[in-house]
Write a protein that binds this ligand. Structure first.
Ligand code: SAM
Length: 233
């Protein structure tokens, strides 16, 4: 997902306390931001963030961090967050002064970061992350771009560095080729495939408690089966 550049995005992201700036300074001390020792779950490539906000609401004892590369997309997530918290404001609408921007006391366990996941080990210390969600990651279909896929061996190596001992990666996609590639990479990287399905929505066990992402809702409504794997070390 890449939206056209939105001029006001940078200003809003700078001003909003839900967005953590200079994320590398938080390495090893993310829990200070949340003021507790709850486990940290991250989503890489969160898009508009509906999935992570829903989980944050459902699980107040887990801290969630959404990572998104593009500021124009992250702006949409911030707008969604405001809407999700029931505030009727559009942060930084063109020509309007910024309203007061706060971390909602009803949803204190979520933050967003604008960064490229290739640099994830600069922002998180060894063992700091308990779970990594990858949802409908970009497929990078050309073979020469395989290293850019978020489930490639190269990325698994990075995740290995930041995941806690029993930490795991959960990946969903409707892209068959990317899913087949991911199953292979998990095994070749020496990870353990804990569970997998080619048809999540018809797999009673794996679909239990499933929270749909924006892309998942769109693609499953078109009849595409959703694939999911869970991998640990
Ligand atoms: N996860 C959301 C969902 O399922 O609805 C959005 C899926 S969208 C296809 C993929 C998102 O991942 C895009 O917003 C893209 O900008 C982001 N993304 C892709 N590669 C990334 C990377 N290396 N670091 C951070 N974000 C990335």
């Amino acid at each position: 997902m890449r939206l056209r550049n939105i001029p006001r995005a940078e200003g809003v992201l700078q001003a909003h306390p839900i967005v953590i700036k200079e994320e590398n300074n938080q390495k090893g001390k993310w829990n200070q931001i949340f003021g507790n020792d709850h486990p940290i779950y991250i989503e890489i490539g969160m898009g508009k963030g509906q999935f992570l906000m829903t989980l944050a609401k459902q699980n107040p004892d887990i801290n969630y961090i959404g990572i998104e590369r593009y500021s124009s997309v992250l702006l949409r997530a911030v707008e969604k967050y405001e809407e999700f918290c029931g505030r009727d404001i559009v942060p930084g609408k063109e020509g309007m002064e910024l309203p007061e921007l706060i971390v909602d006391p009803e949803l204190p366990n979520i933050r967003f970061v604008c960064m490229d996941a290739g640099l994830i080990t600069d922002a998180f210390a060894p063992g700091e992350v308990a779970r990594i969600y990858l949802n409908f990651s970009d497929p990078w279909p050309k073979k020469r771009h395989a290293r850019r896929r978020l489930t490639s061996k190269e990325f698994l190596k990075r995740y290995d560095q930041i995941l806690a001992k029993d930490g795991r990666v959960e990946f969903k996609t409707d892209n068959r080729d990317l899913f087949a590639f991911s199953l292979e990479e998990v095994t070749e990287a020496g990870w353990t495939l804990e569970a997998s399905t080619w048809d999540l929505h018809h797999d009673e066990t794996m679909n239990q408690g499933n929270v749909m992402t924006e892309y998942e809702a769109k693609f499953s409504s078109m009849g595409n089966p959703i694939h999911k794997l869970i991998a640990g070390r």
